[in-house]
Write a protein that binds this ligand. Structure first.
Ligand SMILES: [Cu+2]
Length: 284
């Protein structure tokens, strides 16, 4: 399918509000009937895997649990540093102000173009008025997805919205699956995941080297690394749990469906954050 065709598919899917992993079904989910939109136990048992794991799929809707991500701007000028402002609005229509700290921050803000390019992980500041603000520069035209990842009332939430940059978008196909990537600034990262299957919790192990020598990553956001996983097609945002530190940086996640996912591993070394990206295939 062409990228343009896929994008039309996403737009249609995004008009629906999802509540559960299983509501999404396949990559675009034509088989869903809407009756499972509330998620919960039905969604879990329908995995067929037997184990009731927490719903791993997030970030398909702007609203969930009475909370809504409200962007003050939905279009940005290409290449121009802009102060992006947004709030998390509660069911009373007022901005939420009390956020819990998770992974050392009260708000993690992920920005990525629809084709998976241009990944950014930012930490906005909360104003006294309940409005978050962060400086953002988007160097390329196209449709972007933003994810607000936070914890409120002890519940982790990921709400998402669209942001457009005017101009001719030069979308790229997702790179082919691979088990190694270089960060572009001197580090090589290897991914060991084995054969992944949908609906099963899996371990993703990353090993960092530089010039062939092992690198011991420094704590970043309270762990040996930070991982964002997005599903190809609808950019479902997967929740991942860091495992302990060792000579590898390890995460547990459940891939809800077969298909391809883009993984963004961030780690800290010598005081700087580095990012490696992988395309990961998941089987049935
Ligand atoms: Cu963050």
């Amino acid at each position: 399918m062409s990228v343009a065709g896929k994008l039309a598919g996403f737009a249609a899917v995004l008009l629906l509000v999802f509540g559960g992993a299983v509501a999404v079904g396949g990559a675009i989910g034509p088989e869903r009937d809407g009756s499972d939109a509330a998620g919960g136990d039905d969604a879990m048992s329908a995995h067929g895997g037997g184990e009731a794991a927490p719903d791993p799929v997030r970030g398909l809707a702007a609203s969930h649990d009475g909370l809504t991500l409200a962007l003050e701007q939905t279009a940005l000028r290409r290449g121009r540093p802009t102060e992006l402002r947004f709030s998390i609005v509660g069911s009373d229509g007022r901005p939420v102000r009390d956020f819990d700290v998770e992974h050392e921050k009260r708000m993690h803000f992920i920005v990525v173009r629809r084709d998976g390019q241009g990944f950014q992980h930012l930490h906005p500041e909360l104003g006294d008025d309940g409005v978050w603000h962060v400086e953002l520069t988007l160097p390329a035209a196209g449709s972007y997805r933003v994810f607000a990842d936070f914890k409120h009332d002890d519940e982790a939430q990921t709400l998402a919205a669209d942001l457009a940059v005017d101009g001719e978008a030069d979308y790229a196909p997702l790179p082919a699956p691979s088990t190694s990537d270089d960060t572009g600034d001197g580090y090589d990262v290897r991914l060991d995941a084995g054969a992944l299957r949908a609906g099963r919790e899996s371990e993703l192990r990353f090993t960092v080297t530089r010039g062939g020598e092992p690198v011991q990553t420094e704590p970043y956001l309270g762990a040996g690394g930070h991982l964002v996983a997005l599903r190809e097609g609808d950019l479902a945002y997967l929740h991942v749990h860091p495992e302990g530190r060792g000579d590898a940086v390890s995460f547990m996640t459940e891939f809800p469906s077969e298909g391809r996912y883009r993984l963004y591993l961030q780690f800290k070394h010598e005081g700087r954050v580095h990012t490696a990206e992988f395309t990961q295939e998941v089987g049935r």
